[in-house]
Design a binder for this molecule. Structure first.
Ligand code: FMN
Length: 242
């Protein structure tokens, strides 16, 4: 009787240890899968991600104005902008690159003095160099580093100063028909750009600009991080397709 009990206990212990081994193996498989998923997540989001492709070229040669949003000369966003400009010039477009970061301008004061002097704005600052170019551009390219999950203040000030062109009593128009958004940031997550992307999307709707493409480059922070980055080839081809 005692022997039978012992045999039963041994068999039960064997089943428990077998179950433990199965559970252990299951946990190990789950951990490996989770590790793999995390690895794939980080390794893929730390590289470039094109949120939407350029639509097919709309034809003709264009006057393209690229607004850059960093004060760092040769910084990451500027290198990205240059790649786009190179591609666009190679396709025969006329391209101007305007550095909002190094041509400081104030934010709009909402003083309603627009056009009162015949110029779009009464403030005398870097915008005086920008507005003549805005009045010539068929396409606007916003190229900004991500600052606090949004456009940089430099480029945002320039955008705010376009307010006179939205007024009913405007004296002149911006002929802009199309727009492109290029951005880069330190974050490894494309969703970090969601705020700026939505802001851009709303601007397109408001201004009836056609969206010609968006490019978000994650994981670039230090000066020079954009050098040789594969995002440059994408930006250049977006420029060629402009
Ligand atoms: C004021 C400031 C705010 C920033 N905010 C963010 C941010 O919210 N998210 C992010 O990913 N990177 C952020 N960055 C990092 C820049 O986006 C990143 O370094 C970028 O590559 C700089 O581009 P640049 O060389 O053209 O200036 C910030 C940098 C600065 C200076």
């Amino acid at each position: 009787m005692q022997m039978q009990d012992t045999a039963r206990k041994t068999a039960a212990d064997g089943q428990v240890s077998l179950r433990r081994r199965f559970v252990g193996a299951g946990v190990a498989v789950l951990l490996a899968a989770a590790g793999g998923a995390l690895y794939r997540h980080f390794s893929s989001t730390s590289s470039i991600r094109v949120e939407s492709f350029m639509t097919p070229p709309t034809g003709g040669t264009k006057r393209i104005l690229v607004l850059t949003g960093s004060a760092r000369r040769g910084g990451n966003s500027e290198v990205l902008a240059e790649a786009f400009a190179r591609g666009a010039r190679s396709a025969g477009h006329t391209v101007e690159v305007f550095s909002c970061g190094r041509t400081p301008m104030r934010a709009c004061m909402h003083c309603e003095g627009c056009w009162s002097t015949g110029k779009p704005c009464v403030l005398e600052d870097g915008f005086e160099q920008l507005w003549p170019q805005l009045e010539q551009a068929d396409m606007l390219v916003f190229c900004s580093p991500l600052y606090w999950y949004a456009f940089s203040g430099h480029i945002k000030c320039a955008i705010d100063r376009m307010y006179p062109y939205s007024r009913k009593d405007r004296l002149r128009n911006m002929p802009v028909q199309e727009a492109v958004l290029l951005m880069c940031g330190e974050s490894l997550f494309p969703r970090s750009f969601a705020g700026a992307a939505e802001s851009y999307r709303q601007m397109l709707g408001f201004r009836h600009w056609k969206d010609r493409g968006r490019l978000f480059v994650t994981g670039v922070h230090e000066f020079g991080a954009m050098a040789g980055h594969r995002a440059l080839a994408t930006a250049e081809s977006m420029g060629r397709n402009a």
